[in-house]
Design a protein around this ligand. Structure first.
Ligand code: TXA
Ligand code: MG
Length: 355
């Protein structure tokens, strides 16, 4: 069984996290809140512990894990000294939702963590529970998002238990994650900063700290995370994982919001005709424009941070509602919206209409 502890940000301290920390020390797997999403942690030096993380998630072994630290001094043990441009980023964004990919020091981390690469992604999360837990465990903590591979990432402890209950040692419930989507993964190479995965720190924020360095955004097909497997034939009532909700999702985008909404209504009508159970993914301002069996309202367009925060819970809600067809309304891909659109594109499996 999976142990559970409730520790709020205010209660975070070595004493309140002693049990989960000792589980980590003993090579166990413990899920914990960060400011982005919940992570599934294990001692990054222990191959046995890290193997248990891959097994619990059903994660392909060629996808490397991010290593989490609580103190900048831990970086020296793990990687070669960062270049000056990277140091500036760490000064500006740590603790926070930025993962930097650096050359790994050989022989420190389990080779499973880096999936055989010579580099490692490291980040210092900005969450009191995560920081206290990592400090109390006294080791670098490898932690992918705490979902079954292929499912939306967890932003609540209940999401973790939905996916991994019974498969992991424990979960620290620290309430809802703040940003709601994962960290930005970036690598400095050849005099430029390359965004491998858009996330909590925007391209504009990175560029502002590095005005003299080209910051290269992730284009649609070039993220660090691999695209979903082609969808297997769906058996009635059978739950199986892909990156997104179980229903087929169509993402509709375009310059003119009215045209996008018109197209979504037409797609929903056609789906109803086919006998589908329909869902629509939209925003508070537009919820009244659509009729579907399930309307998922993902934050407010005039508050992009709320869209990011509610994204994964909204995607998960389609499975709870048993929806078989989803039409999703794109949001402006500016600021944090760039990361939101990246996740929506993946959730749709590339099933996108531009009107
Ligand atoms: O916000 C986050 O980053 C969350 C929380 C728990 O910290 N973690 C997270 O981990 O999203 P995960 O495993 O779901 O995603 C890690 C991403 C993957 O896209 C992986 O391919 C990439 O980081 N990554 C890790 N190490 C890498 C490396 N050495 N080179 C390139 N990409 C790497
Ligand atoms: Mg993940």
């Amino acid at each position: 069984t999976t142990k559970q502890w409730k520790v709020t940000a205010e209660e975070a301290a070595p004493e309140t996290l002693a049990e989960p920390a000792s589980l980590l020390k003993k090579g166990g797997t413990v899920a914990f809140p960060t400011e982005t999403v919940y992570g599934l942690g294990a001692d990054a030096r222990s191959t046995e512990a890290v193997a248990a993380v891959f097994a619990a998630k059903g994660r392909p072994s060629d996808n490397p894990l991010i290593v989490h630290i609580a103190d900048r001094s831990q970086l020296e043990e793990l990687t070669a000294p960062p270049e000056e441009a990277v140091s500036r980023l760490l000064d500006a964004f740590w603790p926070g939702p930025l993962t930097v990919v650096l050359p790994a020091r050989p022989g420190v981390l389990s080779p499973l963590v880096t999936a055989g690469l010579s580099t490692v992604g490291v980040r210092m999360p900005d969450h009191p529970v995560a920081l206290a837990l990592i400090a109390a465990a006294g080791c670098p903590v490898a932690a992918p998002s705490a979902n079954r591979s292929g499912r939306p990432s967890p932003t609540r402890a209940s999401h973790v238990l939905e996916d991994l209950g019974g498969r992991i040692g424990g979960v620290v419930d620290g309430g809802e994650a703040g940003v709601g989507l994962e960290s930005t993964v970036a690598e400095y190479a050849g005099g430029a900063l390359h965004i491998l995965r858009p996330g909590g720190v925007t391209q504009a924020q990175l560029q502002a700290v590095l005005p003299d360095v080209p910051v290269v955004g992730a284009s649609a097909g070039l993220e660090a995370e691999s695209l979903p497997e082609p969808e297997a034939p769906r058996a009635p009532g059978m739950k199986y994982a892909h990156y997104a909700p179980q229903g087929a999702m169509l993402l509709v985008q375009g310059e003119d919001p009215a045209a996008v909404q018109e197209r979504i209504r037409a797609e929903l009508d056609a789906a109803k005709q086919r006998g589908e159970r329909t869902g629509v993914f939209t925003y508070a301002e537009h919820a009244h424009l659509f009729a579907a069996d399930h309307v998922a309202v993902c934050g407010r367009l005039d508050d992009p941070a709320s869209v990011a925060r509610e994204l994964y819970a909204a995607l998960r809600s389609f499975d709870e509602a048993g929806v078989s067809f989803i039409a999703a309304e794109a949001c402006p891909a500016a600021g944090i919206g760039q990361a939101v659109m990246n996740r929506l594109r993946k959730a749709s499996g590339g099933n996108i209409r531009t009107v």
